[in-house]
Design a protein around this ligand. Structure first.
Ligand code: PLP
Ligand code: SF4
Length: 353
């Protein structure tokens, strides 16, 4: 390929393995050969992985699927407001693998490996394929911390992506959590059902089996991620009695329009998944190209209010930079104490404020 050739607009052959290196990306037609040096520089800092099921959904490197996972040299430009630990998790970690910000729940991060690496990830300085698994001692320490903190009712398994563990290891963790009397709820945060649906095997589903309330939150940003294979994997999960939540990030060029958000949230509901949070993008380094101002996000959400079923309307949230927690960003409909606005903008006085 000559260095002036632009990436092909025709999808390349479906890759048989995960694309990881600049040469993989160039070979798959997702980057021009002239980008090799820039991509090598990015690779020195951030991991890349595009698994076959996700690569097959990319029609152009800058379409809503490609933008999420194809690296670009712009990632090396750090804007003033960006920071490597945007939501302040590091200061809230009492022992390796645990993040504790809210009294009744804690994050357990058994590994930092993901099926793919989102270019806008808030933990992008930490996630990656190497070195990111808690060893036996550290995992035992994290489980001990949970065991000795009876105020923890809910354990949120995240990472990285817990479904990248082997079924055996995941099963051991679920069993250990299930044996803690004070833990009533286990939540798994994952991208595997859309990114690598073939990992949702019977063995993986057996590993998730527990007497506790098991919930699963799936990170999806565009309706096209709900491929045939992804939908089949979600059905397999629901059949095991696991309720599904949808989590999305508002992203420039990916889902920053009413039609894109409507298709995404309707797609979730049609797959028995309740849209839970639409996240304002966290200011991680090199992610400026994805930023959508909160005011614009509020307008998008307001435009969907009443037009889509209430089941398809998530809470729009900001994780306040610095570790202060998540708060709803609106849109708001309350004006003062005695007046509300309806979705079309008319105001109504409340007779009983
Ligand atoms: C987001 C987050 C949670 C979960 O918050 P919910 O609002 O319950 O979904 C828990 N702990 C930490 C540290 C978090 O960042
Ligand atoms: S799946 Fe989550 S943790 Fe992994 S790269 Fe994407 S946003 Fe980051």
């Amino acid at each position: 390929m000559s260095s002036s050739v632009k990436p092909s607009s025709v999808p390349g052959p479906v890759a048989a393995r995960t694309l990881r290196t600049p040469d993989d990306l160039i070979g798959a037609g997702l980057a021009p050969a002239s980008a090799r040096a820039g991509l090598l520089a990015v690779a020195g800092q951030y991991a890349t992985a595009i698994p076959p099921a996700f690569a097959a959904l990319i029609e152009q490197p800058d379409d809503p699927i490609g933008l999420q996972v194809v690296p670009t040299p712009e990632e090396l430009v750090v804007a003033p407001a960006e920071r490597s630990d945007p939501i302040g998790d590091d200061a809230l970690s009492p022992v390796p693998g645990i993040v504790h910000r809210y009294a009744d729940r804690a994050l357990l991060k058994p590994l930092l490996v993901c099926p793919l690496y989102c270019r806008f990830c808030f933990r992008r300085e930490h996630v990656g394929p190497d070195g990111g698994v808690l060893d036996e001692t550290a995992l035992a320490g994290a489980l001990d911390w949970l065991r000795t903190h009876p105020q923890i009712r809910e354990v949120i398994l995240t990472g990285g992506d817990p479904l990248m563990l082997s079924a055996r290891r995941l099963g051991e963790i679920i069993s250990a959590l299930s044996a803690m009397e004070h833990v009533t709820t286990i939540r798994v945060h994952t991208r595997v059902p859309v990114a690598a649906p073939e990992r949702v095997t019977d063995a993986m589903l057996d590993a998730l089996e527990t007497e506790k309330a098991m919930w699963m939150a799936v990170h999806i940003n565009h309706a096209r991620e709900l491929s045939e294979a992804a939908r089949a994997s979600l059905r397999r999960i629901v059949r095991r009695g696991i309720p599904l939540l949808g989590q999305s990030v508002l992203l420039r060029g990916v889902n920053d329009s009413e039609p894109a958000l409507e298709a995404l949230f309707r797609g979730m509901v049609e797959n028995r998944m309740r849209p839970y949070y639409l996240h304002q993008l966290d200011p991680a380094p090199g992610t400026a190209r994805f930023h959508v101002p909160a005011e614009e996000g509020r307008k998008l959400l307001a435009g969907l209010r009443g037009r889509v079923t209430g089941l398809a309307w998530p809470l729009y949230v900001l994780d306040i930079p610095g570790g202060y927690g998540k708060v709803p960003l609106g849109p708001g409909y309350v004006d003062g104490a005695a007046q509300v606005r309806d979705p079309s903008g008319r105001t109504h006085r409340l007779e009983r404020p």
